[in-house]
Design a protein. Structure first.
Length: 326
């Protein structure tokens, strides 16, 4: 591990000052400390923000939720309002990592976590995300777990977060505080596709701090849920996953929010699936017809072609679970 300085911010202003000077924010530390041990990350200064007052879940006007950046994954998953209003968020959190990690890791850290691409974590391998311009060992290496959507010639790594898939489906936004004040960025704009600069993963400005994730109010009643398909039942990342939320009134689907994980370089919203559902009556024939659109635009690699069919089946199954057969 490389030497670094450590300061604990006592208030937001102190944190922002340190962030502006190039300090890296740390709270639960479940991703960053691992990467520092492996020398993948070598920050010179850490700013501990775990004492800042960003640890509440509040109901916003109209019935949305604001989840503070320092709420832990287990606190968010167990929160009564999260469980009642957005089960898809609760389920995505409970299917992530281990109980010990969920007790430490925060919501802000979760959406900032870096890819699990094994080449990224192997400092002897070529990796454009770790060392821009060095190449991508995964393109012609073992790429079974990699992305089929949103990829580029520079990087094909998946985004590892489950709850980010639920946030993307629900069209959440990220609240940021920086030297120039506060702003809100939609989830779709916050996490960046790799393009030719895979080392740039979030639309953050220098020194900006995530303060919360806002989940907008949704029409009620809303049914929602998360399905994760993986090689083993626990402590494993998704091969594919589906976050689904449906507003069904009068026997007709009025609104549909669907996103997929394990397949994209960012959590992958599925607008074509959503469009196919809205205005239809739930039926056994509707779910596969809508899910057929899930893999549109996919570009499989040598070892992950199976994800095209697996994604469709994952989405179909979760539509059926959430939508039922009314
Ligand atoms: Fe690095 Fe991305 Fe290639 Fe993995 S897929 S080796 S993270 S450039």
């Amino acid at each position: 591990m490389h030497p670094f300085s450590y300061t604990r911010a006592s208030d937001t202003r102190e944190a922002l000052d340190a962030g502006r000077r190039g300090g890296r924010y740390i709270a639960g530390g479940t991703t960053l400390v691992d990467l520092m041990r492996e020398t993948v990350e070598r920050p010179e200064a850490l700013v501990d923000i775990s004492g800042l007052p960003l640890d509440e879940v509040t109901v916003t006007e109209g019935g949305g939720l604001r989840v503070g950046a320092l709420v832990t994954m287990s606190e968010a998953a167990a929160h009564p309002q999260v469980r009642t209003l957005f089960p898809v968020v609760s389920q995505a959190l409970e299917l992530s990592a281990s109980a010990q990690l969920r007790n430490m890791a925060t919501i802000g850290g979760n959406i900032m976590q870096r890819t699990r691409c094994t080449y990224f974590r192997d400092v002897t391998a070529d990796c454009n995300k770790r060392e821009p311009g060095s190449g991508c060992a995964a393109l012609h290496g073992h790429n079974r777990a990699h992305a089929i959507l949103g990829t580029s010639e520079a990087c094909v790594a998946t985004h590892p977060s489950d709850v980010a898939v639920a946030f993307a489906a629900l069209e959440a936004s990220v609240r940021l505080l920086g030297p120039d004040g506060e702003r809100r960025v939609s989830f779709a704009d916050f996490l960046l596709r790799p393009g030719s600069t895979p080392q740039r993963e979030q639309g953050l400005r220098k020194g900006e701090l995530i303060t919360a994730v806002d989940i907008p109010a949704q029409p009620r009643p809303l049914r929602s849920g998360y399905l994760k398909v993986r090689d083993r039942q626990s402590y494993e990342f998704a091969l594919t996953s589906a976050a689904v939320a449906l507003h069904i009134r009068g026997g007709v689907i009025r609104e549909a929010k669907v996103a997929a994980g394990g397949v994209g370089t960012v959590p992958w919203k599925l607008p074509a699936v959503e469009r196919r559902l809205v205005g239809e009556r739930p039926s056994a024939a509707l779910w596969p017809a809508a899910a057929e659109h899930a893999s549109e635009g996919a570009r499989p690699l040598r070892h992950n072609r199976f994800k095209i069919e697996l994604l469709k089946r994952t989405v179909e199954r979760q539509l059926r679970v959430v939508g039922g057969t009314q």
